[in-house]
Design a protein around this ligand. Sequence first.
Ligand code: ADP
Ligand code: MG
Length: 320
Amino acid sequence: MPATQLAADARRTPRHAIDISQLRKTYAAAGQSPPKEALKGVDLAIPTGSIFGLLGPNGAGKSTIINIMAGLVNKTSGRVSIWGFDQDVNPRQSRASIGVMPQELNIDPFFTPRASLEVQAGLYGVPRSERWTDEILELVGLTAQAGSYSRHLSGGMKRRLLLAKALVHRPQILVLDEPTAGVDIALREMLWDNIRKLNARGMTVILTTHYLEEAQEMCDEIAIINHGEVVARDTTRELLAGAEGKTLVIDPGDWTGDLPPLPDGVTTQRRPDGTLALRYAPLQMQADQIIDRLRSAGVPMVDLQTEQPHLEDVFRQLTG
Ligand code: ADP
Ligand code: MG
């Protein structure tokens, strides 16, 4: 079966790849720790075909949502439907519809990448004739390492192997938990590239991240999670349109003095390229108020421009 048929069962393509309602999770008390209410009634519908971002600070509950979807953690209550299959009613079909790249690097060091994929395919009951091991290895760039022991792979290669393992059963939905946490830029680009390719083939992709640029760059739609609740849910475009922050970027040439006091609410940052980024809320002030202060303090402005809001502004407004 060619990979272009990943999600080809159009007879029953649901509108929402994932449909979660009133999902709650309380982790039981363990040792000194009291019970932890990690999810407090999450409702989330993820459109089929999207690249969807679950965004939130550490401890927000992102991995808990994903691990429940993957069947790795038991929910306390609520309903989870995967590719139209209620997880409690059709556990087998819902599990077969989803592939998860976990946050932790759990790789068997004594298997080669090819063997790992074959074993994984066996676990999912994929018949030999339907396996696409070589194609997956090619896709994630591990063809040359296909026969080396996994313990000899670099961290980045191990991560790509985890992605490969999530694909063996041709899931319609691919879930990546912090796929680029702690990886270098080259690997991040490669993973993004893989994700876009898979999405173009029809896979719905769900990823968690606490990197805002990543979400902004990759995701069509985003849910922001904080303290176990969805605090915002919209297209990336709409979220950005509703953001209040703007940034005034000034190139002060080789000036290195101290900035004068600026209007309340302005935050400043010196960027690696030597420019000064002054973030402000356009509803509260205009750029010229900031520029006036700088000019009267004698700060040179070789060049200046404003930048539109970043997801970071939305995020800060919502998560404090
Ligand atoms: P995120 O992935 O957004 O960082 P998690 O879903 O991992 O958040 O965690 C949400 C909350 O649940 C955190 O407070 C975390 O400490 C807690 N938690 C996660 N897993 C467990 C567990 N196995 N036992 C107890 N508490 C947990
Ligand atoms: Mg997590």
